[in-house]
Design a protein around this ligand. Structure first.
Ligand code: SF4
Ligand code: MSK
Length: 653
């Protein structure tokens, strides 16, 4: 019998692990127990960048090393532990930045095709944002049509990838002081592709051998992700699909239905999933489902695709990264359609034990054993209908061995940075000023961006929830994306009532007055760019310094696992945010590299990394940093407790 309690804090997941074990189905939880990580690779001390390796360079045995001992602790080519750790670290950034930015490129290509009328079914939904981006990028508006403006934006967006000199257009969105710092440090990115390619070049055998210089390029590529590729994905998706606004939804495996066709959308890009949601609403499809004995078609999401379609359509979320196999184990999923990123190869083998069809849709991401139905953006609705039909036709193949856990939790999502602006400041004076005021007067201590994945090496969702609860208990407002957002939803932290139950009295007062949860869902992994925009808006609205590094804010990814998380963390740090990661830290094989990232970066960028596997201790590192910033701003004395009368409450809204 599997001990599910040791693997997850989520009851629905535990139930499905037990079902999987009873049916002999192997999941990531089993594999994590069977396969231990290589201790040298885990700390970044193994290099396999050429055919003379892999070379493993462990930490020195004693504190003092003789020159003779030191020269032995090198790879065949002479690379030191420092060089190897830094090279591995920035290759992770390259992988993460490439994933986000290639997503952004796909959005930009579709955006341009839509603007030219070559992608039927897609249109401009947020005209205001279209015009705002045009203004930000210096594109003429005049009396030109939206389509003409959109063509210019699409072409300019794609050119950002191949830009060879100058700076990325979106860097101008950052506070002026931050832009100046990036220029001073020589890390303002040129083109998105260029910075990623340069990492691959510099980390080839015999190129960049100085760890500080390698890390500098890592910073440049990470900025190209956060303030480039990811921001592009978010902004252009908002223009095409609409900027999210608060929406009610449900989360956890209990959203699957016993008497409907369950179609799960998993991955990251909303380009196809938007169309699948539309196709499933087609009465013809519903009729077809009924003809197969189902009452209808139920769409649910996993991972960041889930966040995208929840934020814009209220489509329920079945789970986060570590729940993808467990959703299939219910026996109730007719099809799981995937695009790119965070899709486990094992979903096809789990699916073989049930009736589920796995459908891949991207030419960049195929899986042996899956059915490939390629997404054609010029004929997107047709691709979507083929997928929905495949799911419906599979319904009669469902066996009797279905068990859907009952757990599903209510949540409110859709807190784009524009929405927060509006909620706090009102329609006619939309502003972050009320948030800043509440930080200055101490009701809110600070703001934390808690994001990132699940990691099968630690108990599913445990660190996410422990850290977030500790933060809100201490009056820190939490903004979240990705799999942390899904975990928080499952734990019931994303409803307004959670404020009175879990938040400190100051934060609870503000949340109750404004009517928001203490944990705000800001979207998917690329939407971490919304956190950058929110932080910039806080700087621009005044009272909390001139740069993001002066704000009482911090970031964290307590259960990170993907290279994208490292890239996100690095652009948080490069933007001036103190950022804590849990689970494991990939440069522990070199004390010098680790010290440089944890200490010297603060002097250089105003933000730095930290590693703390204990989520409560991690939360307190963040709180200590927030308090340090409050002190520097001279607002540390303001955290007095105030009893609110009605007039004060009105003033808050
Ligand atoms: Fe070994 Fe150097 Fe080759 Fe890396 S690049 S595998 S350290 S010889
Ligand atoms: S899905 S990158 S597991 S957050 Fe964006 Fe979750 Fe991490 Fe993937």
């Amino acid at each position: 019998m599997v001990n599910g309690e040791s693997r997850s804090i989520d009851q629905a997941s535990i139930e499905m692990m037990e079902k999987a074990a009873a049916e002999g189905v192997n999941t990531a939880f089993d594999r994590a127990e069977a396969t231990k990580p290589c201790p040298i690779g885990a700390v970044g001390s193994c290099c396999k960048h050429c055919g003379m390796g892999p070379c493993r360079v462990p930490l020195p045995k004693g504190k003092e090393e003789t020159p003779q001992e030191k020269q032995k602790r090198r790879g065949v080519c002479g690379a030191t532990a420092e060089t190897i750790a830094a090279r591995n670290f920035i290759r992770m950034i390259a992988g993460g930045a490439a994933a986000h930015s290639d997503h952004g490129r796909g959005v930009a290509e579709l955006f341009l095709a839509a603007a030219k009328g070559e992608a039927p079914g897609y249109e401009i939904r947020d005209e205001q944002k279209l015009l705002q981006v045009a203004i930000d990028w210096g594109i003429e508006i005049g009396d030109r049509s939206n389509k003409e403006i959109a063509v210019d934006i699409g072409e300019r967006a794609l050119a950002e990838y191949g830009r060879q000199e100058g700076e990325l257009l979106f860097l101008k969105m950052a506070p002026l002081k931050r832009q100046a710092l990036w220029q001073r440090q020589g890390v303002a990115p040129r083109g998105i592709d260029r910075e990623i390619v340069e990492i691959m070049h510099r980390t080839h055998i015999g190129v960049d051998q100085e760890y500080q210089n390698l890390l500098k390029q890592g910073v440049r590529a990470a900025i190209a992700d956060g303030w480039g590729g990811s921001m592009m994905a978010t902004e252009l998706q908002d223009i095409l699909f609409g900027t999210p606004a608060p929406v009610a939804g449900k989360v956890n495996l209990g959203v699957l239905k016993t008497d409907e066709v369950n179609l799960i959308i998993h991955g990251h890009e909303p380009l196809l999933s938007e169309m699948i949601v539309a196709a499933a609403q087609n009465p013809e499809m519903t009729e077809m489902a009924k003809s197969k004995g189902a009452k209808g078609i139920n769409i649910a999401g996993i991972c960041c695709t889930a966040n995208e379609i929840l934020m814009r359509h209220g489509v329920p979320i079945a789970g986060n990264f570590l729940q993808q196999e467990l959703a299939i184990v219910t026996g109730a999923v007719e099809a799981m359609v995937v695009d790119v990123q965070c899709v486990m190869q094992s979903i096809t083998t789990v699916a073989e034990c049930y009736h589920t069809k796995i459908i891949t849709t991207s030419p960049k991401a195929m899986i042996p054993g899956a059915t490939h139905i390629e997404f054609d953006e010029h004929n997107a609705l047709k691709s979507a209908e083929t997928i929905v039909r495949t799911a419906v036709e599979n319904y009669p193949n469902r066996s009797k061995n279905v068990h859907i856990p009952s757990q599903q939790t209510d949540l409110i999502a859709g807190f784009s940075h524009e929405t927060i602006n509006y909620l706090l400041g009102g329609l006619f004076r939309a502003s972050y000023r009320p948030l800043n005021d509440n930080i200055i007067n101490g009701r809110i201590r600070g703001v934390a961006g808690v994001v990132g994945c699940n990691n099968a090496r630690v108990k599913h969702n445990e660190a996410h929830i422990a850290m977030v609860k500790e933060l809100i208990k201490n009056d820190v407002l939490v903004i979240t994306t990705g799999c942390n957002a899904i975990a928080c939803g499952e734990a019931g932290l994303m409803v307004p009532e959670a404020a009175s139950e879990y938040a400190g009295s100051g934060l609870a007062e503000v949340c109750e007055t404004v009517g928001i949860p203490p944990v705000l869902h800001m979207g998917s992994c690329v939407d971490n760019s919304r956190i950058l925009m929110a932080a910039t808006a806080m700087v621009k609205d005044g009272g909390l310094g001139d740069d993001i590094s002066e704000l009482p804010v911090a970031g964290a990814a307590p259960e990170w696992m993907s290279e994208k998380a490292i890239s996100i963390g690095q652009y948080f740090v490069a933007s001036g945010v103190f950022t804590v990661f849990g689970v494991t830290w990939p440069t522990l094989g070199s004390n010098e590299v680790t010290e440089f990232l944890f200490k010297d970066f603060e002097r250089m960028y105003g933000g730095m990394w930290a590693f703390e596997p204990d989520p409560i201790k991690g939360a307190h590192l963040m709180i200590a940093h927030i308090d340090k910033k409050r002190k520097a701003l001279g607002i540390d004395k303001a955290r007095e407790r105030v009893l609110y009368d009605m007039a004060m409450r009105r003033e808050l809204t």
